[in-house]
Design a binder for this molecule. Structure first.
Ligand SMILES: [Zn+2]
Length: 183
């Protein structure tokens, strides 16, 4: 997906979105397991994320993990999502796959999943997890996810490819978010 150069957002808008993500997700140490899987990849992920808050995880660990969808526990997805959102915003040219995989992880669109596999069980699990994540998000978290998706649609290198994922996510989940309260 990478390769093309994105049109650049205004730096002030980008920083404002970063700041709203940080405020919507106050960092707290995640005490649970991120995944029950014991494969080598998951063991590395456990080491990288164990007992950390999202702002303590290294960029390298985020790049290796690619998206919070690898965490089996939805609580872990919720706890570390802002780290992936912020890393994705640092890489709108998409030298890494963090932005791509993070969009997939918060969109109900199944286009690529259907193309790659015909596993209804996997798809059902994905939808169930997304619904549970949605229930855990506060109104301000929903709003920043909506704005992240709109921003990615405007400025990421592969925005054309993401259009169905972003529009389904906005229509089915994130447009329900209420407008910002005056602060
Ligand atoms: Zn594993």
């Amino acid at each position: 997906m990478a390769g093309k150069t994105a049109k650049r957002p205004c730096e002030a808008d980008l920083e404002a979105l970063r700041q709203r993500i940080r405020e919507a997700f106050p960092p707290t140490a995640y005490k649970g397991e991120v995944t029950a899987c014991r494969c080598a990849e998951c063991n590395q992920i456990k080491r990288d994320f164990r007992r950390k808050s999202w702002d303590q995880v290294s960029a390298e660990a985020i790049d290796l993990t690619e998206s919070p969808v690898l965490f089996h526990e939805v609580e872990a997805v919720h706890a570390f999502l802002p780290a992936f959102l912020l890393r994705a915003l640092d890489d709108l040219d998409e030298k890494t796959t963090v932005l791509e995989m993070t969009i997939y992880s918060i969109s109900p669109c199944t286009e690529d999943v259907e193309r790659r596999s015909d596993s209804p069980e996997f798809e059902q699990m994905r939808v169930t997890r997304l619904r549970r994540l949605h229930q855990m998000l506060s109104p301000s978290q929903l709003r920043v996810l909506r704005d992240f998706l709109v921003f990615a649609g405007d400025y990421s290198a592969s925005a054309d490819w993401y259009r169905p994922y972003i529009s389904r996510a906005l229509n089915e989940i994130y447009l329900e978010a209420e407008p910002d309260e005056p602060s």
